[in-house]
Design a binder for this molecule. Sequence first.
Ligand code: ZN
Ligand code: ZN
Length: 280
Amino acid sequence: MIEVTLLGTGSPIPDAGRAGPATLVRTGAQVLLVDCGRGVLQRAAAAGTGAAGLSALLLTHLHSDHIGDLGDVLITRWISGFGPAPAPLPIIGPPGTAETVEATLKAFGHDIGYRIAHHADLNAPPAVEVHECTEGQVWDRDGVCIRVAPTDHRPVTPTIGFRVESDGASVVLAGDTVPCAGLDALAAGADALVHTVIRKDILSNMPQQRIRDVCDYHSSVEEAAATADRAGVSTLIMTHYVPALVPGQEEQWRALAASKFSGRIELGDDLHRVEVNAGR
Ligand SMILES: [Zn+2]
Ligand SMILES: [Zn+2]
């Protein structure tokens, strides 16, 4: 079984009830965090996990809403890992990730210096192990495999999606993308597809050009559902709602997805949890 928890279902626009984009994937003893938008560690705490417990951080792309709390994840893991030699945090992301991680650690350079000076058992900065990739298998540990494929979020490039396989089950995390061949291939036959969605029917009528621009490089609810249908997945899990999903409108969003996809549709608030089993 793979357990998917939507830690943050929000977007770049702050929302009182929705943290920034982040999804927790737990299977066996492994805890994978996919993206780390604002508020991620508060939501992770509510889901019963913390930065020190992460097996790996996976980044779909380097847009601010998806990496807003990267510094918090790095520093909090460092100061809350009380083991003798905390393992470096594996961070898997597209090219550019190493530079972003390095710059983030530099931004917290004073903090890191204060803590090393103050605590006898902190002798080195946070340990990370960054792996940049756009395609292929990137993880094979204790029965959990992760594969990566390019997505299409242009002009943001490169961007990637992840396919996590464990215990016979498979979950694909698309990130932000328009429908594309890379994602279709990655998601083919998976048990579940976690996809970010926007309402183009609403955004395309907004007066601000900058908001209408958002339509260019995201999938609408219907497009994400059509991707799920083409890939033959059993479950579509929608997240990253733009505009924010308003209480009472869940059925409207669900109906839009159901117009293109006849499988199980999951959507909801932060901490919505979905169990994904092999073959259903
Ligand atoms: Zn994005
Ligand atoms: Zn986004």
